[in-house]
Ligand binder design. Sequence first.
Ligand SMILES: Cc1ncc(C[n+]2csc(CCOP(=O)(O)OP(=O)(O)O)c2C)c(N)n1
Ligand code: SF4
Ligand SMILES: [Mg+2]
Length: 269
Amino acid sequence: MASVKEYIRERFFPHIWCPGCGHGTVLKSLITAVDQLGLSKNDIVMVSGIGCSSRIAGYVDFHTLHTLHGRALAFATGVKLSKPQLRVMVPMGDGDALAIGGNHFIHAARRNIAMTAIVMNNRIYGMTGGQFSPLSGYGKAATTAPYGNIDHDFDVVQLAKAAGASFVARTTTYHAPQMVEILKQAFTHKGFAVVEILTQCPTYFGRKNKMGEAPDMLEWFKENTTPIGSQAKQKNPSLIERGVFVAEEKAEYCTEYEKVVERAMKGRE
Ligand SMILES: Cc1ncc(C[n+]2csc(CCOP(=O)(O)OP(=O)(O)O)c2C)c(N)n1
Ligand code: SF4
Ligand SMILES: [Mg+2]
């Protein structure tokens, strides 16, 4: 592998993430996936919103846009439609993608526009101090739910599937090699690809929910997830499945849009 330094902007280091934050593992795996695929940095646009997770766009030496909380997919849609030949990656926090950005998420999936939506799911608003998110889960503690959260959570995989995403996968920061393989598939997929990555926020979700330190949270991912369709899942349905749930060919939005333009131009002849 080429040096990680070839892919990062050293001038923005040290990074802002807390010790033990899972977002750094996502950065490393993402760079590894890009390197293994031999992608050119010049062909990649990373678009992010706001959040600890969204800071990842500042650290990579691609074309990058650091935009508004919840609006990364809207900006990314504009970029992709104007330059469809570029590869667009959209890392988002769980709040960014599914609270304020939930509407953009389902419609980008429905359109099947070719880009990779990476949901860095730490089940909390990390950047703003540990408020609960739509992925925190019933009964979990947060700074805004000191007596227990009464909101039920989304299943990102089921939501993405139902909304029409043509590639849907889930992994965790404990399973970094699997994360690299899944990201490689997602980056080369011709359609809207959703990769949910369960990641740890020891500072807020971990502390509020008495999950211990970062290694304990990684251990939790190890013990509480299982490959799709495993025997362990049959024995223990509460296990969270990891792997690729959907990988299908489906008309892609930019390609279809070009055809509309062609039809319209013919009509004017
Ligand atoms: C329009 C708008 N609303 C709210 C905020 C405040 N805000 C910034 S980041 C954030 C949530 C971050 O949580 P998440 O997206 O899960 O990312 P994390 O920090 O956990 O990685 C919020 C509410 C904002 N910047 N802009
Ligand atoms: S607050 Fe949480 S998500 Fe944000 S950098 Fe710290 S550990 Fe990571
Ligand atoms: Mg979060």
